[in-house]
Design a protein around this ligand. Structure first.
Ligand code: SF4
Length: 913
């Protein structure tokens, strides 16, 4: 590889001083603005990305042209250029973190087998994994709920936790926050984010500092945008690349400015505001764009409220929901226990860069400006099926009643209107207890979205106190749970004397983790489940989470409403979503009197008076010290293997991934293409990553189900593909195994219908079999395979196993009419060629049926976006040629592909260093 040229922007390296006179170096955007005056008007979020591009400009991964392109960002330009963004750190949750750790462990095994030090393999940026996705609310409404739920969690996840423990001791830059501490995004906000950073290898004096930025393997990573950190959720392959020092590539984004003015009215919460923002931005179509908040309203709202708004960026579709750093951010850092030196450096750095302070209207240029007067926000919920469907609290009862009998296409439940108010006795209660439509069956104070926000959590506690004092109780059919995203929450609720009141209403601590928010609400009682199915009831959940798609919260609950924590408590008391809390009583008090929401709703002063318990720097420090000092008995009793290299004990959850089998330091040249490939599948448009690599349940008769049974796993313990992402044997068998995928190679039935499921016709001979089984036969015969697709191949959520599985099935190329951006990059990242039809060309146009042989001819040296020839050989001896475009888009991607993918590329770099 050519020697790296000198940094093209050396004069922009400057010095800043903190208030106490400590110096630091930084890559100055103000200096860069002397060359590119446009920089001064750029949105703050773009300038933070620009700083990374400037700092990392090495002439190879990041070039001077990249700096110039982003410095010249124009609000409404056509977006064709990609930005290479090197992030400061990476965060992971346990579902997505385990496969990443498995890849790192496999790289260490390779290093050892080549006689190198396994320590060569080490994430180059800090990586933090929080175990938050695995706790379920099996127990609730008892003081023992937390203990019992955690015991079950440890039983279910023992093998995964052993593996994480090995990772903790093996990697210096890989930290694990054990179960029972909190939720990744809340811990990120309260603890991981340290302001500005310096490279661990920077020995210069003074060192070079730079802003925090990150990617996380969870979509709500955007919560960190609330404290001015640029970051978002990505798939595993991108996170691995980022971990190993590679840039995250993104198309230069549009930035929608969101101007906030006015003040929230009394009684209106941050949750109400975020539901407004979500509904507005959904209408603005901000998918793939940055949203940046500014204006006096943005400056006035508290930092936890900003984080709540950042959290829901995936719900409004944006890449980020970003708030610039200002005095409030600095105060939040102080109040949450960051050290004086960190806070001082943070403030000085942002001021030196000209990035400090909430921009005023007109100060910066945005692609578009959206406005909201905070004074117009009113108490709200969202649902019953989508987070963007906001409903005024006063309209909920009528909305539910309307939707009850509306058709499904109109978002309704399609039920006979005359059954709406019927009530049905619960058998176990001998007729005393009844259940009906709209009954709140789950009331969950859950999710980092809101539990990170002391004002709404204190409001829930204060409302509970007033309710208990008034003599109100929760309806017996409600499953109540309190599952905050950090221990700080229970600590301040306790100090404020409010926890006992929540407990009196059944909101006992059920866990510190995602619980109901991720669908881990646990089951309802058998009588309630039976009553729902027998009577076809539309039961409700009210939760302080951010997603409410059907069947996410509980398979039997069709109406799921997102609401603030105090409203969750209020609806648990009211017991039914058809109680209009604006006009009807929440319940009856001690003396049989009507108690209204206004009687128990906390005043702003009451909330403010209690906020001092929540912003206690010492408490934050002491709490997070426990991660190392006292991680808990259950975690301490997990026996992880020791050593720098993992010994891969027998497990159906964790296995050594085969991505480096036969690894050699020299990549074998793959510029020549391949010949004689067989077609594995012919797909239509919009094949999603979930079609390619499903996350849900595993069918007994599927290749993965058969494999699990053969390995002694009973059907009841299959768990999901999602939880088994650490085992390639399950995941490669699950590739293209979605029960709804249609391979159009298989001829249509007499009625024109298409067979669904992961099947193909093995060639020659047209024998129908599972794609996995055919893939293994082709691999055994040394026959390459290809996939043909239509428009938007790989659309849907970013899922690395969609590309990993494709590679492991021996598929050498995917030829489609267009690709979803991330999946295309992931295919290259796994060494699979994405090839794109030109113009109106398609596999249908070529008349492919699936029994042809395919040559992919790359004429000469591999270059981004070059033309590639496909030769189709038909069984009758004729052949046809078509030219397609190579969708390897950048020079670094050419390197990735030549090395067989990003992981071997990085591994060779690390081992050669
Ligand atoms: S609580 Fe919900 S939003 Fe937060 S990390 Fe867990 S699943 Fe994601």
């Amino acid at each position: 590889m050519a020697q790296a040229p000198a940094h093209a922007f050396v004069p922009t390296l400057k010095t800043f001083n903190t208030a106490s006179g400590k110096a630091g170096k930084y890559w100055s955007l103000k200096e860069l603005a002397k060359q590119y005056p446009n920089v001064a008007k750029l949105p703050v979020s773009i300038r933070i990305v620009l700083e990374s591009v400037l700092r990392n400009c090495d002439g190879q991964k990041v070039t001077a042209e990249h700096v110039e392109q982003l410095a010249n960002w124009a609000p409404n330009a056509e977006r064709t250029e990609e930005v290479p963004f090197v992030v400061t750190r990476v965060v992971l949750q346990d579902f997505t973190g385990v496969p990443l750790l498995a890849d790192l462990a496999a790289m260490r095994s390779v290093a050892q087998s080549l006689g190198k030090s396994p320590k060569t393999i080490e994430p180059l940026v800090p990586v933090d994994l929080v175990v938050d996705h695995s706790v379920m609310v099996d127990y609730y409404g008892t003081p023992k709920a937390l203990d019992l739920n955690m015991k079950l969690e440890f039983q279910r996840n023992n093998e995964r936790y052993q593996f994480m423990k090995w990772g903790m001791q093996a990697f210096d830059t890989f930290g694990v926050v054990p179960p029972g501490f909190g939720i990744v995004h809340q811990v990120n906000l309260e603890y991981f984010a340290r302001g500005v950073y310096k490279s661990p290898t920077d020995q210069s004096d003074p060192p070079v500092y730079y802003p925090d930025s990150l990617v996380g393997t969870d979509s709500h990573t955007t919560m960190i945008n609330g404290i001015g950190v640029v970051g978002w959720g990505v798939g595993g392959i991108e996170a691995e690349a980022a971990m190993l020092g590679q840039p995250v590539y993104m198309l230069t984004p549009d930035v929608v400015g969101f101007e906030l003015s006015g003040k929230l009215r009394e009684g209106v919460t941050a949750t109400d505001l975020v539901l407004y923002v979500t509904a507005i931005l959904r209408g603005e179509k901000v998918v793939g764009k940055f949203v940046e908040f500014f204006g006096p309203g943005a400056a006035s709202i508290a930092v936890p409220d900003r984080a709540t708004i950042g959290n829901m960026a995936p719900e409004y579709g944006a890449t980020m929901g970003f708030f610039p750093v200002d005095e409030m951010t600095v105060a939040y850092f102080k109040g949450t226990g960051r050290t004086d030196a960190e806070v001082e450096r943070f403030e000085a750095y942002y001021k030196a860069q000209g990035l400090f302070g909430m921009p005023a209207p007109g100060e910066l240029e945005y692609t578009k400006v959206v406005k909201l007067d905070l004074g117009t926000v009113s108490p709200s919920l969202a649902g019953p099926k989508r987070p963007q469907d906001r409903i005024d609290l006063g309209h909920l009862a009528t909305k539910f009643s309307e939707l009850y009998s509306k058709p499904n296409e109109a978002n309704g439940f399609n039920q006979p209107a005359d059954t709406l108010k019927l009530r049905h006795p619960l058998p176990a209660a001998k007729g005393e207890l009844t259940i009906g439509n709209g009954d709140v069956l789950i009331a969950a104070i859950t999710s980092c979205t809101n539990t990170s926000n002391p004002s709404v959590m204190l409001a829930a506690g204060l409302l509970a106190k007033k309710a208990v004092e008034a003599g109100l109780t929760v309806k017996p059919h409600v499953k109540t749970s309190l599952a905050p995203g950090s221990r700080i929450v229970t600590e301040y609720l306790e100090k404020a004397g409010l926890l006992p009141y929540l407990e009196k209403l059944g909101f006992y601590l059920a866990g510190y983790g995602c619980t109901t928010c991720i669908g881990n609400a646990g089951d309802l009682t058998p009588e309630i489940n039976e009553a729902i199915t027998r009577n076809n009831l539309i039961g409700a959940a009210v939760l302080s989470g951010n997603r409410n798609f059907e069947a996410r919260i509980h398979p039997n609950l069709k109406a799921n409403f997102l609401a603030s924590p105090p409203l969750v408590v209020a609806f648990a008391i009211a017991g039914n979503v058809m109680v209009d809390l604006m006009t009807e009583p929440v319940g009856k008090g001690k003396k049989g009197q009507d108690v209204y929401l206004g009687d128990i709703w906390p005043t702003p002063k009451e909330i403010d008076d209690n906020l001092r318990f929540a912003m206690n720097a010492k408490a934050f420090r002491q709490n997070y010290e426990q991660i190392k000092a006292n991680p808990g008995k259950l975690w301490s009793s997990i026996k992880g293997t020791q050593g720098q290299v993992y010994d891969w004990p027998e497990s159906t959850y964790i296995a050594e991934p085969p991505f480096f089998e036969g690894f050699k330091m020299k990549p074998h040249a793959s510029d020549a293409g391949f010949t004689g490939a067989r077609i594995m599948a012919l797909f239509g448009d919009s094949i999603t990553t979930d079609h390619i690599s499903p996350a849900g349940s595993i069918k007994e008769s599927s290749p993965a189900g058969i494999w699990l049974k053969a390995h002694g796993v009973s059907k009841a313990d299959f768990n999901s593909y999602g939880s088994r992402r650490g085992n390639h044997d399950v995941m490669m068998r699950g590739t293209f195994a979605n029960v709804r995928i249609k391979n159009l190679m298989i001829p249509a039935g007499p009625d024109g219908s298409r067979e669904e499921g992961g099947l193909t016709l093995f060639q020659p001979g047209n024998e129908k079999m599972f794609i996995y089984d055919a893939a293994m036969k082709y691999i055994a015969q040394g026959v390459p395979t290809v996939i043909f697709g239509g428009e938007e191949y790989g659309t849907g959520s970013s899922r690395d196993w969609a590309a990993k599985g494709t590679q492991l099935l021996g598929i050498k190329a995917v030829v489609a009419r267009s690709f979803e951006r991330i999946h295309r990059a992931n295919l290259v990242g796994m060494g699979v060629l994405p090839l794109q039809f030109r113009g109106a060309d398609s596999w249908e146009g070529l008349g492919l049926t699936g029994d042809e042989k395919i040559d992919v001819v790359i004429g000469g040296e591999l270059k981004p976006q070059m033309d590639v020839k496909i030769v189709v050989h038909r069984p009758d001896g004729t052949h046809q040629e078509v030219t397609v475009r190579l969708r390897i888009d950048t020079p670094i991607e050419v390197d990735y592909y030549r090395h067989g993918g990003i992981l071997p590329f990085v591994l060779r770099q690390l081992l050669a260093a």
